[in-house]
Design a protein around this ligand. Structure first.
Ligand code: ZN
Length: 337
């Protein structure tokens, strides 16, 4: 295992009044019925699933686009809820909106903002109706048009400015409502490759994406993307967040072998065994201390359910051990850090 990064400085301590008693939350992403079946078969000790709606296609669509706006598919969401209740799993969403419905929406393009705002209203409606968790992870703008032509990297500034305007527009909409059941986590990204260029791989992107945003906009930190970004460490992210009064609301936990092919395929989404995750225990420490869910983003087609169960049991065991140790340290009057 590589040297641990100094990830342990609290960003927003005492979220639950007493950090060490925050609930342990271990989840798995879900990219369609295949993943659901895999999770069920594994009997892994999970408490939530993070649904990627763009992978629920055709008759299983959870959100659909009609007459220029998104709507929740209430019937299919109801079916999803029945399945998750049966497995005692909470639900939250991950929307790489660039991929949804094959439309290629991009928060970096102002022309797309109306449709994206309608998507968030549809998510808000679904979250309220079905009691989903408020966390919604999104990707930053991509420097790519719909037809896959790249816009010049120098346009990053414009894309970030447009992202800021989108959040402002969304804020105006959210502000008019009694309750806004959404907490956005903007996710760090891998370095650009020949076939992908999402912003969020440089410190200046993280700052540009989050500075001055309201409290319902925070950060999602992805361990696999971190391993594919040469100029942005988790320590840097944590320090910048503290500086901006922001915090982490989600960890995406998985690993890869670093840059091998220099394409988007390097993001392998393997089981997080620790060989390629800097500061592995620091992620778990922080997750336990601050009640941040660890979402396993593992490609289920590469494993069998038993392999997945064994690793998730190990992670859960570590989290419970950390929590016990924290509580014992507090009882003994010591700092748990
Ligand atoms: Zn992720």
């Amino acid at each position: 295992m590589k040297k641990a990064e100094g990830l342990y400085r609290p960003v927003k301590p005492k979220l639950y009044g007493f950090p060490a008693v925050a609930p342990i939350r271990l989840g798995m992403h879900c990219r369609g019925q295949h993943d659901f079946n895999f999770i069920r078969a594994s009997r892994a000790p999970l408490s939530l699933v993070e649904i990627k709606p763009e992978k629920f296609q055709g008759k299983q669509k959870l959100f659909f686009f009609q007459n220029g706006e998104f709507r929740p598919h209430v019937e299919n969401l109801g079916t999803l809820v029945a399945q998750t209740r049966e497995m005692a799993l909470d639900v939250q969403f991950h929307f790489p909106i660039q991929e949804l419905e094959g439309i290629g929406l991009n928060p970096g393009l102002r022309d797309d903002h109306l449709a994206i705002v309608s998507l968030f209203l549809a998510i808000a409606e679904a979250n309220e109706q079905f009691n989903f968790l408020p966390n919604v992870t999104i990707h930053p703008p991509t420097l790519m048009w719909r037809d896959k032509r790249f816009i010049h990297p120098l346009d990053a500034g414009r894309a970030l400015e447009n992202n800021r305007r989108l959040l402002e527009k969304l804020g105006n909409t959210a502000g008019g409502r009694k309750k806004w059941p959404i907490r956005i986590g903007i996710e760090n990204q891998a370095d650009p490759t020949i076939d992908s260029h999402g912003l969020g791989y440089l410190p200046l992107h993280i700052r540009g994406l989050l500075v001055g945003t309201p409290n319902w906009v925070q950060a999602t930190v992805d361990s696999g993307h971190r391993n594919l970004s040469g100029r942005l460490s988790v320590t840097q992210i944590v320090e910048m967040l503290a500086d901006m009064g922001k915090w982490i609301i989600n960890f995406h936990f998985h690993e890869n072998e670093g840059q091998v092919t220099h394409t988007a395929d390097d993001d392998l989404h393997r089981l997080p065994l620790g060989e390629h995750i800097h500061g592995y225990l620091n992620y778990l420490n922080r997750a336990v201390q601050e009640g941040i869910p660890i979402i396993l983003e593992v490609n289920t087609r590469d494993y069998n359910p038993v392999q997945f169960m064994v690793v998730s049991c190990g992670i859960r065991y570590l989290m419970e051990k950390i929590k016990e140790e924290n509580l014992a340290a507090i009882k003994a009057g010591k700092s748990y850090t």
